[in-house]
Write a protein that binds this ligand. Structure first.
Ligand code: ZN
Length: 173
């Protein structure tokens, strides 16, 4: 399903885009092994997953890098939606999505999390960057030690810019 927008004067569109939350949209890519759904925008009370649900069959992979915000109404919609799916994988979870995984019971439903973004900060120059962490690669077994990266600007180590036991708690969920 494509979101449609009415034609507006370009200046008005710009203003509108800044003031209004971005409605959730998705892009579906079907292959023989899995259906991949890329979500972007905000998961809130306007998110209507019924239309999407009807198009899903077999294993589903959600690409979640574009999820910018989830509000409490969206949490309810999402939980209802994912609990009805059988085989689900989350990849590239945004930091907003990880925050929900860490605080809302059942937010992940039956899903496995394969990869997610985490906020990093350089220990020397303070540069901030979100890094994509791969669960199987960076957290083998029970390891919960966040990987280090080198800063692109000054090559000093970058570290997770959050409390690791808190930000990574969903890995034990
Ligand atoms: Zn640096």
């Amino acid at each position: 399903m494509m979101m449609t927008t009415t034609t507006r004067d370009a200046t008005v569109v710009d203003t509108y885009a800044k003031l209004e939350p971005a409605a959730l949209s998705w892009h579906i890519d079907e292959s023989p092994s899995a259906t991949t759904v890329e979500l972007s925008g905000e998961i809130d009370e306007t998110a209507d997953f019924a239309g999407l649900r009807r198009r899903l069959r077999g294993p589903v992979v959600f690409v979640l890098a574009g999820v910018r915000r989830v509000n409490s109404c969206g949490v309810r919609e999402w939980i209802e939606f994912v609990r009805g799916l059988d085989s689900v994988t989350f990849v590239a979870c945004s930091t907003a999505f990880v925050a929900q995984l860490n605080t809302i019971y059942n937010f992940r439903g039956p899903a496995k999390v394969r990869s997610f973004f985490a906020p990093y900060r350089c220990t020397r120059c303070g540069r901030e960057e979100e890094k994509l962490l791969l669960v199987a690669t960076h957290f083998p077994g029970r390891s919960r030690k966040p990987p280090e990266f080198g800063c692109d600007r000054c090559s000093a180590p970058m570290e997770l810019d959050d409390v690791p036991v808190r930000y990574l708690s969903f890995l034990d969920g």
